[in-house]
Design a protein around this ligand. Structure first.
Ligand SMILES: [Zn+2]
Length: 305
């Protein structure tokens, strides 16, 4: 069995998994459970130890938002709640606390690795995984390993590929980044602006996709504009990395059956691939467990399965 933890932007997910990736136990807590009282790292370690107690785990991993150097196990930088963990040797600390080989990885890379190993990326040679969540996460799997590049930034900045040089300035410094148009909040904002009468202003995606499913033509233009922006970003990634599979995750993909056909059509019209439709685009399969699973089965653990 393996232990996996996913320290995200708002929640902490913790799981124990069988060697085939299936779930033994999985739980999700708001981060405030661990940030409220006492030291964050101590709280996480004690939670991990309690969760893994009496389970015969052979290895584990932590997926965390921010710049992670998986070779050193150190979170180099994070501006979110995880900032309190920056600079610590998390690999050694968790490994010692649990008494097993341990790995620390950026959450987008861990998500992509989980999907490659047990989910929608299975069997692919080069996989790019993009998650449409609070931000737009991106990671590359090649040579049977999450790609890190020459530093902790490699492969995870697909959300900051520009799709419009005249677009708004992004906090990263670039203009018109994909994330500004296609993250979940950006998509919600686009829908609110185009359809101010749509109910549920806090989360307009479900009523929007109800209208799309009903074939309401007044909403199709908004979906097509979103698909086109996302397709341009995906084509850039295809041209950069040459993947044979793109896996798309995040809450927006709950409506994958309504998004993917039009998106795939646009990608194949624009991508310079031989043959033209050679890149397989699939929705993610592991849901909110992917990053915890990816960390738990990280290849750097060097454990036979
Ligand atoms: Zn940017």
């Amino acid at each position: 069995m393996r232990f996996g933890m996913d320290f995200g932007g708002t929640n902490l997910k913790t799981g124990i998994f069988h060697e085939d990736g299936s779930v033994v136990d999985f739980i999700e807590h708001p981060l405030t459970t661990f940030t409220g009282n006492g030291n964050l790292l101590d709280n996480l370690l004690s939670h991990a130890q309690k969760f893994a107690a009496n389970k015969s785990i052979r290895g584990g991993g932590l997926a965390i938002k921010g710049l992670v150097n998986s070779a050193t196990g150190i979170l180099e930088d994070d501006i979110g709640a995880g900032a309190m963990l920056a600079g610590r040797d998390l690999r050694a600390t968790f490994g010692d606390a649990l008494g097993v080989p341990f790995c620390v990885e950026n959450d987008a890379r861990a998500y992509a690795w989980g999907e490659w190993l047990f989910g929608a990326g299975k069997g692919s040679k080069v996989q790019v995984c993009m998650t449409l969540g609070t931000g737009l996460g991106c990671a590359l799997i090649k040579d049977q390993h999450p790609y890190q590049g020459s530093d902790a930034l490699g492969g995870i900045l697909g959300g900051h590929i520009s799709i419009d040089r005249n677009g708004p300035r992004c906090p990263c410094g670039n203009y018109g980044c994909l994330e500004v148009y296609c993250s979940a909040p950006a998509f919600a904002k686009r829908i609110r602006n185009a359809h101010p009468d749509l109910e549920n202003k806090a989360d307009p995606l479900p009523p929007f996709f109800d209208k799309i499913a009903a074939g309401d033509s007044g909403y199709i233009t908004t979906l097509k504009a979103f698909q086109r922006d996302l397709a341009i970003g995906i084509v850039n990634v295809i041209h950069a990395y040459g993947p044979d599979r793109i896996v798309l995750g995040g809450g927006v993909m709950n409506s994958a059956s309504l998004i993917l056909p039009g998106l795939i059509e646009q990608v194949h019209q624009m991508a310079w691939t031989v043959p033209r439709n050679s890149v397989d685009i699939q929705p993610a399969a592991l849901g909110n467990r992917a990053a915890a699973i990816g960390a738990a089965f990280h290849p750097d653990l060097n454990l036979e399965r």
